[in-house]
Design a binder for this molecule. Structure first.
Ligand code: MIC
Ligand code: SF4
Length: 649
């Protein structure tokens, strides 16, 4: 039977379950990646599984998020990660090497393989034809140990690209167009498979920009075919042996098709405060811009930054605009330097930032009060930049440079001297010396002492699900609550390895009394329940957005809908995900209402249906949870680690 690319990879990796959309499927994972901000917990969980080494074909631990190193915490995390990598056979990417997704694409990604990463932008690997999925740290820990990854068999949407991009329009505009079509929610359980005659004209880094930001749609992942362009990229990275051809069979079936004529696209922007809030740059033209930041795992490749340097060559940035460039990897920096392009950036007045996540995660470069910041990154959630009042627009590198030069939002096609599309080099500068422990990868060095600074805590233990929840609506939030709302990053990021400390900041910017209220309820023996609208848990894969609430005694979430990675994290940390049977019942709950859910344990073990008794309002309403047998077991035991410890999964 004719198969699409997604079916081919899933079928080749199926461990159990079936490929019918909506069914639970378990797949073998070939490669894993972690980054430092999610990695410390992932490796603590891996350690607690008692295995002697990693079993996946390749596991890589990147350090790219917490590289600011104010205080001892980040450096202690790095030392822990390095020692764990050596001990268990993980390749360790030192800080300074670059951003995990860019590096993985350059040095390790393989068409046709599966990759599971503890970061929501892991689908960047889809640009090279791999099935690359983001997940919580504990799921990645299981995959490192050779266990399968469980997912819902997806529906597959074919995105058919025709035509060719015009000068001044680039890959970012393609994915912003897809976001305009599908939005940031309602896409759970879908995979986007790109195809059509327009694919050939897109280089691998451009394809990776598109699959990277598929994360903002909430899809499981996105994937491109592996073709002659993929082969040329791998050859230029000295890895042609990793290439296999991967294309959909003629007549392969898809659930839906979206047609995009690349020739008709124009420069786009995601406006504050959602990546799905799309407008054309032309419609925003003239808006004053205070800051332009170019980089992040979406737009920091050699292609992108060479384009930026050529556009800035011989020019100066506008005196009212602060401009920063953060390259994606050391390879990119080296090549820019060798070709004199770094000089173009510096002499134009650009601030050269570390090749790391940096500004994208709100670690630094926060804009001023009410400032307009144009960024080539992928998320513009309110406050993520570190400044609550800032207005962040997401744009292509070309649009970013146009504003850097003019001081206002400008359609790049109106700026003179747009460069030719940058050709991918025939050979990249390859230097893998910042990847450590390659010679012991997969085996490890038994006996290596694990370095644990005082900020390295423990994974909180889960408790079995009680028969009945005697609860409180500890918080009521609206639609599209992101994991950045639940568990802020930025200046709080350094507490990722210390749950009791990090838990103090849960919902910090949404309800500053959350920590005090949740702790008081928990200490009084009440169960905390979160009440939410549509699309709860958008964005990052950070499992802390489930782990820290669990630590504060949250046992259930009642929402209108929940996003994929966060749903899995809730289950992994023993929080029951409940959906309103009638969305209108959301309106009848107020924060601090007493909510009793009789027989929740039996409902989780059985048909997933329960009644919530709102004692405060004197009303009740039905809720449901749809769970696989495995997920039921995890919840009944109080989370995945507890279920593993009890021998239940
Ligand atoms: C992000 O872009 O939000 C992050 C930081 O990379 C997260 C991971 C994290 O919270 O550590 C992600 O996208 O998963
Ligand atoms: Fe890093 Fe930003 Fe990419 Fe997240 S989205 S991995 S913070 S560059």
């Amino acid at each position: 039977m004719a198969q699409n690319i997604v079916e081919k990879i899933l079928a080749a990796h199926r461990v159990s379950g079936d490929l019918t959309p909506g069914q639970e499927l378990a797949i073998r994972i070939d490669q894993t990646l972690t980054q430092d901000a999610t990695g410390t917990m992932a490796y603590l969980q891996f350690e607690s599984m008692g295995l002697d080494r990693v079993k996946a074909d390749l596991a890589v631990s990147y350090v790219d998020h917490n590289t600011i190193q104010v205080g001892f915490e980040n450096a202690d995390d790095h030392a822990y990660l390095k020692s764990v990598a050596q001990r268990y056979g993980v390749v360790f990417s030192r800080p300074g090497n670059g951003i995990c997704h860019q590096l993985h694409l350059e040095r390790f990604g393989k068409p046709g393989a599966t990759l599971l990463g503890s970061d929501s932008h892991t689908p960047t690997g889809g640009g090279i034809g791999m099935l690359a999925i983001g997940a919580g740290g504990i799921d990645v820990a299981v995959a490192m140990g050779g266990g399968p990854f469980y997912l819902t068999s997806p529906t597959v949407v074919r995105v058919c690209l025709t035509g060719a991009l015009k000068p001044g329009v680039s890959a970012k505009d393609v994915i912003l167009k897809v976001l305009a079509a599908y939005g940031t929610h309602g896409n759970v359980g879908r995979v986007l498979e790109y195809g059509g005659p327009g694919v050939a004209g897109l280089g691998v880094p451009s394809r990776a920009t598109i699959t990277n930001m598929g994360a903002e749609l909430g899809v499981t992942t996105s994937v491109f075919p592996s073709d002659a362009t993929t082969r040329a990229f791998l050859k230029a990275q000295g890895r042609e042996r990793d290439w296999v051809e991967l294309v959909a069979d003629a007549g392969a079936a898809y659930d839906q098709t979206l047609e995009i004529d690349l020739s008709a696209l124009e420069p786009m922007a995601a406006c504050p405060h959602s990546p799905g809030n799309i407008a054309t740059v032309a419609s925003l033209a003239g808006k004053k811009v205070n800051q332009v930041l170019i980089g992040s795992c979406t737009n920091s490749s050699y292609r992108d930054l060479k384009t930026v340097a050529l556009m800035l060559r011989g020019r100066k940035v506008h005196p009212d605009v602060e401009v920063g460039v953060a390259p994606g990897s050391r390879q990119v920096v080296e090549m820019l330097a060798r070709e004199g392009l770094l000089t173009d950036l510096v002499s134009a007045g650009v601030r050269i930032l570390e090749n790391a996540c940096g500004f994208c995660i709100g670690n630094h470069m926060s804009p001023g009060t009410d400032a307009v910041s144009l960024r080539t990154s992928n998320r513009n959630f309110e406050g993520r930049s570190g400044t609550r009042t800032a207005q962040v627009y997401l744009v292509s590198p070309e649009t970013a440079v146009a504003a850097a030069l003019t001081g206002v939002l400008t359609d790049p096609r109106t700026v003179a001297a747009l460069p030719q599309e940058v050709a991918e080099p025939a050979a990249f500068d390859v230097d893998d010396s910042l990847f450590l422990f390659r010679e012991t990868a997969g085996r490890g060095v038994p006996g290596t002492a694990i370095v644990r600074g005082p900020n390295i805590g423990e994974v909180p233990p889960g408790q079995p699900l009680p028969a009945t929840l005697n609860g409180v609506a500890v918080i009521k939030v609206g639609d599209k609550i992101t994991t950045d709302h639940i568990m802020p990053a930025g200046n709080r990021l350094k507490y990722r390895s210390n749950v009791p400390q990090y838990a103090k900041y849960v919902f910090e910017h949404v309800d500053s009394a959350f920590y005090a209220n949740a702790s008081a309820n928990r200490d009084a023996g009440l169960h905390n329940i979160i009440v939410a609208g549509e699309s709860y848990g958008q964005g990052s894969s950070r499992e802390h957005a489930a782990m820290c609430p669990m630590y504060l005694g949250v046992r259930a979430l009642v929402a209108k809908s929940i996003e994929r990675i966060h749903l899995a994290n809730l289950i992994n940390f023993g929080i029951v995900p409940l959906i309103f049977d009638n969305p209108a019942d959301y309106d009848a709950v107020a924060q601090a209402d007493k909510l009793v859910i009789e027989g929740l344990r039996a409902a989780v073990a059985g048909d997933g249906k329960a009644m919530v008794n709102n004692v405060t309002q004197g009303t009740s309403f039905p809720v449901s949870t749809t769970l696989s047998p495995r997920q039921r077991t995890i919840l009944l035991n109080g989370g995945l680690l507890a279920a593993v410890a009890n021998g239940a999964v």
